[in-house]
Design a protein. Structure first.
Length: 118
């Protein structure tokens, strides 16, 4: 059992979820996050924290489509445990349908921080 991050996180990336996860199992892409399904303890704490309602339990029929994507990118992207600054246009993209096909960026996140401190 796990929770997964779904389509509506893309380009919203509010990051309220990362601070509440007791096992720090969120990973950061350039414009979305994912949950590592092998690390998630299925506590459900993050689900109501997401302003975009983008976090689903894997019992949700919608979640099936996102499990492979979360599994793949959790292995590639860096771990995130501290809430950063959401995109300035996050609210405009909240609720837009089909964002994965249009906007998904497979690049890892955290690069702004690298630029600042690296
Ligand atoms: S709170 Fe929701 S929209 Fe924000 S990063 Fe987490 S999953 Fe994505
Ligand atoms: S369900 Fe719990 S363990 Fe899983 S990602 Fe959310 S907060 Fe973390």
């Amino acid at each position: 059992m796990t929770y997964v991050v779904a389509d509506n996180c893309i380009k919203c990336k509010y990051m309220d979820c990362v601070e509440v996860c007791p096992v720090d199992c969120f990973y950061e892409g350039e414009n979305t996050l994912v949950i590592h399904p092998d690390e998630c303890i299925d506590c459900g704490v993050c689900e109501p924290e997401c302003p975009a309602e983008a976090i689903l339990p894997d019992t949700d029929p919608e979640a099936e489509n996102w499990l492979a994507m979360n599994t793949k990118y959790a292995e590639i992207w860096p771990n995130i445990t501290v809430q950063g600054t959401p995109p300035s246009d996050a609210d405009e993209f909240n609720g837009v349908k089909g964002k994965y096909a249009k906007f998904f960026n497979p690049a890892p996140g955290g690069q702004e921080l690298d630029k600042k401190f690296g």
